[in-house]
Structure formats: structure tokens, C-alpha cells
Design a protein around this ligand. Structure first.
Ligand code: FES
Length: 290
């Protein structure tokens, strides 16, 4: 589920400021950091950076583009492909998508910064998303997030939203984030690891879970597919799966229904509760022409 990104919280100082002290630069935005002025003694010799997106990734990007009548429709999966390579959407990744789809970098940036599933800073091996939306929050989601951010922080400083404990990408590294409703309210408070569900959590069970992840273990989610890691899941979200049927099934298949959800459905059926039916030929509301 995707929602618009959160805004940085720093307040700008009045008047002109060097780039590092502006509102945007203070937010650790990688785009802005990349254009911060570099002093003479910090300048490095011009060495062409290795292209992280070689011919293989380019071929996959073109395959994605060919899956749609309009190539630009492939932008969302292509951004996931970029994340599967680098663990986030870098400025290079933005430029790569723009080249593949004949879009401007501004158009790609506008999409990449709108959805929270596209990360603008390198992610850990695992992405831990704690639901702090209303129902989970009152059931203990806020406590879980607070405990995890303190537990994963360093030197008495709690880990912040979308910050990473450990070296991004290395085994056991964890990026923590607040999440909006994860569509499992009957199982709250819930959290996800790489978008797989861990239901009915407590602060203690959540700490045990992240400790296991930090040891390099991959605990079984409450339901759904087995845990892999953030980049592997990004590859699946891009639409690439193993060709062998057995491997494919073991990657993505597992019982997904929850007892609580089934009980709710049974209760509704027993009591004759149904969702309101849309009347046939109901007139559509008028939409004012712009
Ligand atoms: S409020 Fe947490 S899953 Fe809906």
C-alpha cells in the first residue's frame, strides 16, 4: 500500500543560507546533498563511476516497458527494479528510468518522491514497517514503534523514521519506518518485514523479532510467504520471478488467511450482515468540468 511521503520536519532559518543549511539540505535528501558545494580540498579526481545498471538490468527494464501498451506505464515496476539493484532509488536510478522510458528526470522524480514504497536513502537488508495508524496505535502500535526505535538506536539516540541500524544492505541491517494502515486491522497491532505480516505484536515480540533479524535469521511471518530480504522482494514487486515452478511457489506461496478474519466472515454470514448493494443502473454523480 502506498501513501504520499512524509515531509521533513526541520524549520528553515530566515535569510539566505549556504546549501548545507537550507531547509531541504537539512532533511538529508540525497538529491540536495548531491548538489551541496564541495570545497577545493574536498574535490576528488574525476573517475567515471561504475554504472550500477549494466546491460542485464537494462534488458530487464526494456522487458518491463514492453509489457505495457504505453511504455511509461512501466515506471512503477521499473522503480522497484532500481531498488532491487541499489536498495533505494538513487539519482542515478531516476536518470536510468528516465532514459529507458523517454521521460524527464523531473517526471520520474515526481513519482519516486510521491510514494513511500520508493526509498530515497539506502535501505537495510530488512525493512521493518510498524503500523501506527489509528486502530493499531490504540492497540499498542505506538508503543511498539517507540520501543523499536529506542532498541535500534545508538548512543541514547532513537532510530528515526526511515533510518537504518547497521550498514545499509549488510546482513542484519534494519531500516525502521512508521506505516499507515497495513490492511490487517483485525490482527493489530501489526508490523511487516519486507511487506510480510507479523500479526498481534507486542513491544517484546517486536524486539525479539528485530534481534533475530540482526543475527541474520529470517523468522517465519505469521502468514504469507517466507522472509527473504528487501532487495529480493523489490525484484518480485518489479515483476520478476524464478522460472522453475517449485522455486517460484516456495518464494511466494503460503497460507495467508487468518483465524480472526475467517471468524469475522463467519459471524457476518451467521447474522446475515452484508455490504450494501449498489443499485443497478445507479446514476453516476455529476463531475464538474474543469
Ligand atoms: S490500523 Fe493497523 S492494520 Fe489497520
Amino acid at each position: 500500500m502506498t501513501t504520499p511521503s512524509q515531509q521533513p520536519s526541520q524549520t528553515p532559518k530566515p535569510g539566505s543560507q549556504p546549501a548545507e543549511q537550507t531547509y531541504a539540505a537539512a532533511s538529508d535528501d540525497v538529491d540536495v546533498t548531491a548538489i551541496s558545494p564541495v570545497s577545493d580540498d574536498e574535490q576528488r579526481p574525476e573517475v567515471p563511476a561504475a554504472d550500477p545498471f549494466g546491460p542485464e538490468v537494462e534488458a530487464e527494464a526494456q522487458e518491463l516497458a514492453s509489457r505495457y501498451p504505453q511504455a511509461r506505464s512501466a515506471l512503477l515496476p521499473m522503480l522497484h527494479l532500481v531498488q532491487s539493484v541499489q536498495g533505494y532509488v538513487s539519482q542515478e536510478g531516476i536518470a536510468f528510468c528516465a532514459r529507458q522510458l523517454d521521460l524527464t528526470e523531473a517526471e520520474v522524480s515526481a513519482v519516486a518522491t510521491f510514494y513511500t514504497m520508493y526509498k530515497r536513502r539506502p535501505c537495510g537488508q530488512h525493512l521493518v514497517s510498524v503500523c501506527t495508524n489509528t486502530l493499531c496505535a490504540v492497540l499498542g502500535g505506538d508503543d511498539i514503534y517507540k520501543r523499536l526505535s529506542e532498541h535500534l538506536g545508538e548512543d541514547g539516540k532513537p532510530l528515526g523514521h526511515e533510518e537504518t541500524a547497521g550498514e545499509p544492505g549488510e546482513v542484519g541491517s534494519i531500516t525502521l519506518e512508521h506505516a499507515e494502515c497495513l490492511a490487517a486491522c483485525d490482527l493489530g497491532p501489526v508490523l511487516q518485514v519486507n511487506y510480510e505480516y507479523f500479526d498481534n505484536q507486542t513491544p517484546e515480540s517486536a524486539v525479539e523479532l528485530v534481534d533475530a533479524l540482526r543475527r541474520g535469521e529470517k523468522p517465519q511471518p505469521t502468514r504469507g510467504a517466507p522472509l527473504t530480504d528487501f532487495r529480493s522482494v523489490e525484484r518480485q514487486l518489479a515483476g520478476f520471478f524464478p522460472e522453475e515452478e517449485d522455486v517460484f511457489r516456495s518464494d511466494v506461496d503460503a497460507p495467508s488467511q487468518a483465524v480472526e478474519t475467517l471468524r469475522g466472515a463467519q459471524l457476518a454470514a451467521d447474522r446475515g450482515w452484508t455490504a450494501p448493494v449498489m443499485p443497478e443502473n445507479a446514476p453516476l454523480p455529476e463531475v464538474e468540468a474543469k
